[in-house]
Design a protein around this ligand. Sequence first.
Ligand code: AOF
Ligand code: ZN
Length: 387
Amino acid sequence: MNESESLQLAEELAVRGRGDVEPNPVVGAVVLSGDEVVGRGWHRAFGGAHAEVEALLDAGDRARGATVCVTLEPCSTTGKTGACTEALLAAGVARVVVGCLDPAPQHAGRGLELLRQAGVSVEVVDSKVSAKLIASFAETLGRRRPHVFAKWAMSIEGAIAPKDRQPTKLSGPEAQAMVHDWRASADAILVGVGTVLADDPRLTVRGDAVSLRPLRRVILDPHLRTPPACTVVSTALETPTWVMTDEQADEQAAETLEQHGACVLRVPSGPNWTEAVLDALALQGVRRLLVEGGSYTLGRLMESGLVDQVATFLTPVCLGPEALPAVDGCPLSGLTLPDGESLSGTAPATQAAARRVAERLRLQDVRVDQVGGDILLRGFRTTVSSV
Ligand code: AOF
Ligand code: ZN
């Protein structure tokens, strides 16, 4: 394989990170020794190893004297992980071919300069495909609010609880395992106070998933209805819990929650309160935010256009009349399949039903997969360029 083909392969590998790395760009890398590919890697998860590091690890000793073809200029500063320029130098690579420069001001050519100074041969190819891969990253670089990834499970009529509002377990164990992986790479998990009152969730990373960094839990609670004895507050010393409220919220209630270990943050009320909360979270270092409901919270975020990415598990149960819609104000019913047809397998009818939901949620770059007994529908709310 030559360098140009290797870069093409790196571009194909990069796409595998889509959905798991945002707001970071998707990046792929290939280690080429002579004309043999000896290492492949891609940025798999937000906060996880970068593509070059994965590819170098895959190549092992064969990286010495080799060429690394990578879709994006290697980073040169220590972020959530070490600088890729240092990893490349430590591995003793002779040449680096990059698809495009990193538009982030702290990088923007600096990584390439460092490599050149260290005697590594460097070439920028200016690949259109590599540039397209980072288009959404480049667009949101100057944006303050976090990347908002909303996930929920719902019945085939688009609901999350029956008429009596009893908590109802919807998705199966395979879906749950995926959720724990998503939690593990988020900076914070957010729910509305209604979900805390209804379900008393733990919102922690469990099972095989391992948190890439300390997780924070966030509750949207303008009127401070969070019970001090609820699980997320009583475990706040192990996993921090922030209660987001406004300046009018009761002082005594705030003090009680703080005595129980929560951190109460006040964001001035106003028509754009939810957006202001997201800005406040960004100031606290939250860049990837996983929103797990409930109905009201998802409704407000969706109608304000604040959701960037969606993953929803469609579970083959019916919750009956007057069930609580998964997204308040967003009619998702109509998904119900014709008699005799079940929501199992990725049969064309199921795919078509999932795509109808995607249309109502205005999702792009849609993916439909079967996960255990559930159908996972994924997509992006903003324009994400396709390769
Ligand atoms: C690379 N290789 O695979 C990626 C890069 O959040 P962090 O600490 O992981 O750093 C992410 C920044 O690094 C991101 O803003 C972008 O500038 C660059 N992404 N760079 O060398 C990679 N994903
Ligand atoms: Zn890097």
